[in-house]
Design a protein. Structure first.
Length: 200
């Protein structure tokens, strides 16, 4: 009697899974439908990022330009005040004659030049105005400084209420004069001129 051997059915490996970066939509139960993979547009995001960088850089440059070229007031400072002569009169009324010299420093902090018509310096003593002097016109280069010298002579200034304090200050060797400097001029930017009036 002959025996027969049964051959087991051939087994095939399972199909590989679809790639992870591809996305598929479920297929409806209709004909004539196609399934397309989903594509991510990296080029559009790169363009948007570059546009933001350009806009931010442009805004920073505009702000820096305005900060540098915006006109600023010059700095005025009395660097030297020397009392040359003082004389007290007692007849017919109490008054003083004062002679002094001073130096005013004009510092231009802008990136364009400064032309001033004159520097007016007023001198006072304990709130009372004694007089003032005005210097000649001048020129200060961009980011530069200039020194203005002036001579002041005040004759017959009445200080009835402050004569005792003045005598005390003279005895101490120091007289507290008040100074106020005013400059009138214009800032030159290319073909434009900006009027200017500053006091310290």
């Amino acid at each position: 009697m002959a025996t027969s051997k049964l051959t087991p059915p051939r087994q095939f490996p399972p199909p590989p899974p679809p790639p992870a970066h591809l996305y598929y939509a479920p297929i409806p139960n209709n004909d004539h439908h196609f399934v397309l993979p989903y594509f991510h547009n990296h080029h559009s995001e790169t363009q948007q990022g570059s546009c933001r960088i350009y806009v931010t850089t442009f805004i920073i440059l505009i702000a820096a330009f305005v900060y540098v070229f915006w006109p600023s007031d010059p700095n005025l400072k009395i660097t030297r005040l020397h009392l040359k002569h003082i004389h007290i009169r007692t007849f017919p009324i109490i008054a003083i004659d004062v002679s002094m010299s001073l130096t005013v420093k004009v510092r231009n902090v802008d990136v364009y030049s400064l032309d001033y018509k004159g520097v007016d310096v007023a001198i006072g003593y304990r709130g009372k105005r004694l007089g003032h002097v005005k210097s000649h016109k001048g020129h200060v280069r961009a980011l530069g400084s200039s020194y203005v010298d002036a001579e002041l002579d005040f004759n017959g200034v009445k200080i009835l209420t402050d004569v005792v304090q003045l005598l005390e200050d003279l005895a101490k060797g120091t007289v507290p004069f008040d100074t106020v400097a005013v400059i009138n001029g214009q800032l030159g930017l290319l073909f434009f001129h900006i009027p200017l009036r500053v006091r310290n």
